[in-house]
Design a protein around this ligand. Structure first.
Ligand code: CA
Length: 228
């Protein structure tokens, strides 16, 4: 399933980069590597580069990973996995705020990285199979096109935000716990902190107009529910 999938790796530590490149190539991915933030950004935005997943280190020369992430996001919805240092909790939060889909903490087992890449690819591949429109009040989501509308106006969402909105609508009037949301949207049992869910709910609310964002209700200490 990994054949012909292209990964862009932006990581300045050459030993780590070479190791990841080797392992991913072994799994059938085609890997391009950049050692510098600016170069990585340029490559990410090159039109002829059909990239399926970007692996992005935070501490980079040229331009740091958070900024690279933010700039990629203003042009593209390509899935981004952030590579962060163990103690850099703020980097993770900033990275998610900048639109990263996931992160992995150094040092990591290559199996974990592969699992996260597969998880993101599954989510990307699953989209065209489900064709129907899903509606709640004035919100409509087109699952085939991965597009959301409020009162017929298109809302720009990242893939993760879209998945989150879809999950809430699918479960309308039923409370989704943070753990359930993590499992369904992030697609694996992981050590991702549950406050990641709160960060994404915040993004989602900010992007929806008031007429729609008020449907997402916080159930304190439990999770979230879509209802009037
Ligand atoms: Ca680095």
């Amino acid at each position: 399933m990994c054949m012909n999938k292209r990964i862009l790796l932006i990581e300045d530590e050459k030993n780590i980069a070479r190791f990841i490149e080797l392992e991913l190539s072994h799994e059938g991915f085609s890997v391009s590597t950049c050692f510098d933030g600016r170069e990585g950004l340029q490559k990410a935005l090159e039109e002829n580069m059909k990239i399926d997943v970007i692996l992005l280190d935070v501490m980079l020369p040229g331009l740091n990973g958070i900024e690279v992430c933010r700039r990629i996001r203003s042009h593209s919805q390509v899935p981004i996995i952030l590579i962060t240092a163990r103690d850099a909790v703020m980097d993770r939060v900033a990275g998610l705020d900048a639109g990263a889909d996931d992160y992995i903490v150094k040092p990591f087992a290559i199996e974990e990285l592969l699992a996260r890449i597969r998880s993101i690819l599954r989510r990307t591949a699953a989209a065209p199979e489900s064709r129907d429109l899903l509606k709640y009040k004035n919100i409509t989501i087109d699952q085939a096109a991965y597009t959301a509308y409020v009162d017929e106006k298109m809302i720009e969402l990242t893939k993760t935000e879209f998945d989150l909105l879809r999950l809430l609508i699918e479960n309308k009037n039923r409370v989704c716990t943070r753990d359930h949301i993590l499992e369904r949207v992030w697609g694996y049992q992981s050590d991702v902190e549950t406050n990641v869910v709160d960060v994404y709910i915040r993004h989602l609310r900010a992007k929806l107009p008031d007429s729609a964002s008020t449907y997402i209700e916080t159930v304190r200490g439990v999770g979230y529910v879509m209802r009037e």
